[in-house]
Design a protein around this ligand. Structure first.
Ligand code: UT7
Length: 330
């Protein structure tokens, strides 16, 4: 067991279902408009899974791309961490196990991780800890979501915000000579805010069989989440910088959870951070929860924005309420 291991991101991949829904299409379903949605969120489109498609289907596609790019056979993966709030099944079996089987990752441990929109950030830190402790050498961190299955398509307060998709990052052990690594993370939970965002029923508190149907959908206090999110982004970025004796000038990109462009702009302004360093692609995908950061990372790689040695911060926030950030040298 080598306890001096570092963890680096070796490859990323992402996948969004082909069906692309515009704001104008949504305006045929609920009382909304392209103008309202875009001006309040920055969203133009979202990708929506077909009825028969579940989170594991999207996860497998994204994971295969990451593994192909790394030229790594699936059975070399030691651990699959699947961050999702929209698992194939409620609670069990873990969707990660379905993905493990479909990938043919035959000597792999697999588990789901529930930290809502912060799930990928929690997953990266969990992977780093497994690798750094020597418990694993290769960890696949996946965020995969099909919020289209849990939103009320008659509720304009929520249905305009979300989309489906998956992103994956393959983390591998490396030695001190490789500067590319996950340097540090900060992770937080503020459970007093739990009622602000979640599904009121369908768990052991109020089983689906005892629920009023509407309680099975996602419910959100949008204003409260908005205020929380701005403060969370600023605190997470400032904390991870301070812990590592860095300033914002040392950072090349921030890759925030893609919830709302206004949230990101307000956090940059209030935190005194250069807004040009915040990557956004929410216009195309809307909010894909745990998948949004790895989908963004994949787009940045594809567009050749990320270079070896770049210092980036990924920052997530969401239901729980949870928030956190990873500091990564690419
Ligand atoms: O991953 C984290 C997940 N959640 C979030 O990130 C959500 C955080 N919150 C937000 O992003 C914002 O609060 C929203 C985008 C959800 C809402 O924006 P807002 O500027 O806070 O709007 P609001 O809730 O204050 O509503 C303003 C008006 C209301 O009408 P009245 O009462 O002023 O007449 C709403 O009924 O906008 C109305 N409205 C809409 N109108 C057209 C709310 N949703 C819509 C809609 N289309 N889809």
């Amino acid at each position: 067991m080598n306890r001096s291991n570092f963890a680096h991101v070796r490859a990323v991949g992402s996948y969004a279902p082909p069906r692309r829904m515009s704001n104008d299409e949504l305006a045929l379903l609920v009382d909304t408009s392209d103008e309202w949605i875009f001006s309040h969120t920055g969203i133009r489109f979202r990708h929506i899974a077909d009825d028969a498609v579940a989170a594991s289907d999207l996860a497998v596609e994204a994971a295969r791309i990451a593994l192909d790019r790394a030229q790594m056979p699936a059975d070399e993966v030691d651990l699959i961490l699947l961050a999702t709030s929209t698992p194939d099944h409620p609670g069990l079996p873990a969707t990660a196990c379905v993905v493990q089987d479909r990938l043919g990752a035959n000597r792999t441990a697999a588990m789901d991780l529930v930290a809502a929109c912060t799930g990928f950030v929690y997953g990266i830190e969990t992977a780093r800890a497994f690798i750094q402790s020597g418990s694993a050498r290769t960890v696949l961190v996946i965020g995969a979501e099909v919020y289209s299955k849990i939103i009320n398509w008659k509720d304009r307060n929520t249905c305009v915000l979300f989309g489906d998709g998956a992103g994956a990052a393959l983390l591998c052990a490396s030695g001190e000579d490789n500067p590319s690594r996950v340097v540090d993370s900060v992770l937080y939970s503020r459970g007093q805010g739990a009622p602000a965002l979640g599904r009121p029923a369908g768990g052991s508190r109020t089983p689906a069989t005892a629920a009023d149907g509407s309680d099975l959908y996602l419910a959100m206090d949008g204003r409260r989440v908005y205020t929380f999110a701005i403060a969370a982004i600023i605190e997470a970025i400032e904390s991870v910088l301070k812990r590592n004796d860095l300033t914002f000038d040392d950072i090349d990109y921030v890759v925030p959870h893609q919830a709302n462009v206004r949230i990101i702009d307000a956090a940059a302004k209030r935190g005194g951070f250069d807004p040009a360093k915040f990557f956004t692609n929410i216009a195309e995908y809307a909010n894909t929860s745990a998948a949004s950061i790895p989908i963004a990372l994949d787009e940045m790689v594809t567009r050749d924005l990320l270079k070896p040695g770049h210092r980036i911060i990924t920052v997530g926030f969401g239901s729980g309420l949870t928030y956190g950030a990873n500091l990564i040298i690419w």
